[in-house]
Design a protein. Structure first.
Length: 275
């Protein structure tokens, strides 16, 4: 479940990878070492809203052989009350180059009820994109498998995609613009699109009100979604571009993901409005 929600969230957070030219990217990253954010996941069925899980993001910077890297991590877990229905303890982590946010090594470890998997992606980037590859190592329920895929720049993993949007120059994206992008997941490259819908003001469950930028991804129907436009996603309308709120209509009910707390942002959260 956490992975499916993360996948849908990434449909918008991967936005900058849609742009083939660097001119759409800001010269400066919009996050820094030590930033941490916590999100609450709510599931709705009829009149009942359930606090189903928590998601924690963190970013840590380090230097290896004079090269600056970021370790980006997401840890997701169901709440104790939701564990009775479905117990989740998932961790996703990636090491990326600070310059250009190119992923180097991605790992996801999932414990979901009796299911277990430990998957690794190793990215090998070359000057000539024709020779760039990603190497997969999958351990699903104790069964190992391996594969290799040729990739080009702009194809990213789930976690890197969640941070790439933070550095896009939104002044160069027009309202109503539909943008294509690519995501690599389980040996497949997904060709998807997202539309920028403009500015709005939103209020979260923690009573905080923000100026936000709204996006609507075109979803793949037939899985957990019945409609292509069943999701709305909002990010902070400031230099941080922090994901604030996601609402998605699924086949059975609704899912909402809300920012509960964020610490150590690179820029002031000027999108936060007075109560």
């Amino acid at each position: 479940m956490i992975r499916k929600i993360l996948f849908t969230i990434s449909l918008i957070f991967i936005l900058p990878s849609a742009f083939s030219a660097d001119k759409y990217m800001s010269d400066e990253l919009a996050f820094k070492d030590g930033e941490k954010a916590t999100y609450y996941i709510y599931y709705n069925l009829g009149p009942i809203w359930i606090h189903a899980g928590d998601v924690h993001f963190s970013a840590k910077e380090r230097t290896v052989k004079n090269e600056s890297l970021f370790d980006l991590k997401l840890a997701g877990s169901s709440t104790k009350s939701f564990d009775r229905f479905y117990c989740i303890r998932d961790t996703y982590a990636v090491t990326v180059k600070k310059e250009g946010l190119l992923p180097l090594h991605y790992r996801e470890v999932k414990h979901e009820d009796s299911y277990f998997s430990d998957n690794h992606y190793r990215f090998d980037w070359k000057e000539d994109d024709k020779d760039s590859k990603v190497y997969f190592e999958f351990n699903k329920r104790g069964r190992m498998s391996y594969d290799t895929m040729s990739i080009q720049r702009g194809v990213l993993d789930l976690i890197t995609s969640c941070y790439r949007i933070r550095s896009v120059d939104m002044t160069k994206v027009k309202k109503g613009q539909t943008i294509p992008f690519k995501l690599v997941l389980d040996k497949e490259i997904y060709n998807l699109t997202v539309k920028y819908c403009g500015e709005e003001t939103i209020k979260l469950k923690n009573k905080k009100k923000y100026k936000a930028l709204k996006f609507s991804p075109k979803l793949v129907t037939g899985g957990i979604f019945e409609e292509e436009d069943a999701m709305a996603i909002y990010v902070s309308n400031d230099e941080n571009h922090v994901p604030l709120y996601i609402e998605a209509k699924i086949k059975v009910g609704y899912v909402k993901v809300m920012l509960n707390d964020i610490q150590n942002t690179k820029f002031p959260m000027s999108s936060l409005l007075a109560k």
